[in-house]
Design a protein around this ligand. Structure first.
Ligand code: UDP
Length: 237
């Protein structure tokens, strides 16, 4: 069913399948940060991220969010709908961390009264600059209607995820979403994993996400395993 490679990104590889409307996404152990300038590998990272993403997509589908997720084809490979990716990285922020604390006078740890949704242009060449609606529409990456729908889906996903992760003992300062077009409809695509979320342990405040790699804060595989133990306990039985 899985056929030739279509594209290999920094942490995932995409394969064609017999069905042109479906693709296989393989989650790899490779890690990059700072626009690909820092590179490494972490044992079982692909496995944990694939399983965490699967569980979150299944949970969001139950809550009425349409996603590209169809099924798992192996421990690290996901069957998804082939969508046309909207070139906008959508970042809901609940607690200030990362780039927003470097670019604006906002201190790390500031709790936002209402979620802040940041839109970045998904482009390695331009280093993901921040967008507003007019720029996105002028570049032709999306229509005003699509952007409104993406914002509203992102806020709904944020509400669901904050509650879900709180019940697992995590704070969710921020995370990155990507959306795609499928038969004229906007659906959630890409992944939701330790690579794309900031996850802080509720009791210790420790990072349990890619910041461990970005800032050499410890053993990434161990932290991702702990996240997997809380979100997908079934894979450890
Ligand atoms: N993020 C991501 N991919 C990117 C950029 C950011 O998954 O290309 C995630 C990142 O892990 C964090 C959130 O989006 O959870 C916000 O990232 P930020 O803009 O603060 O950038 P950073 O500080 O990570 O450089």
């Amino acid at each position: 069913m899985k056929k030739e490679q279509l594209y290999s990104g920094k942490a995932k590889t995409i394969y064609k399948t017999d069905d042109p409307k479906k693709l296989v996404v393989e989650f790899r152990d490779s890690l990059t940060a700072f626009d690909g300038k820092k590179k490494s590998e972490a044992a079982r990272k692909g496995y944990y991220n694939a399983q965490i993403s699967r569980k979150i997509f299944e949970m969001l589908e139950k809550e009425g969010i349409k996603t590209h997720y169809i099924d798992m084809v192996s421990d690290t490979e996901m069957l998804v709908d082939a969508v046309e990716i909207v070139l906008i990285e959508v970042i809901p922020r609940n607690i200030a961390a990362g780039s927003i604390t470097r670019k604006y006078p906002i201190k790390e740890g500031t709790v936002f009264k209402k979620p802040v949704v940041v839109l970045d242009y998904k482009s390695d060449e331009y280093s993901d600059p921040m967008l507003n609606e007019d720029i996105a529409v002028a570049m032709g990456v999306a229509t005003y209607e699509e952007i409104a729908q993406i914002r509203s889906m992102a806020l709904k996903i944020n509400d669901i995820l904050v509650k879900y992760l709180d019940s697992k003992g995590f704070l969710l300062p921020d995370f990155k979403l990507e959306f795609g077009r499928k038969d004229g409809e906007i659906v959630l695509a890409d992944e939701i994993s330790c690579d794309t979320c900031r996850l802080w342990d509720k009791s210790t405040g420790q990072s349990m996400d890619k910041d461990i790699f970005r800032f050499d804060k410890g053993d990434l595989s161990k932290a991702y395993e702990e996240v997997a133990r809380r979100i997908v306990p079934e894979i450890f039985k």
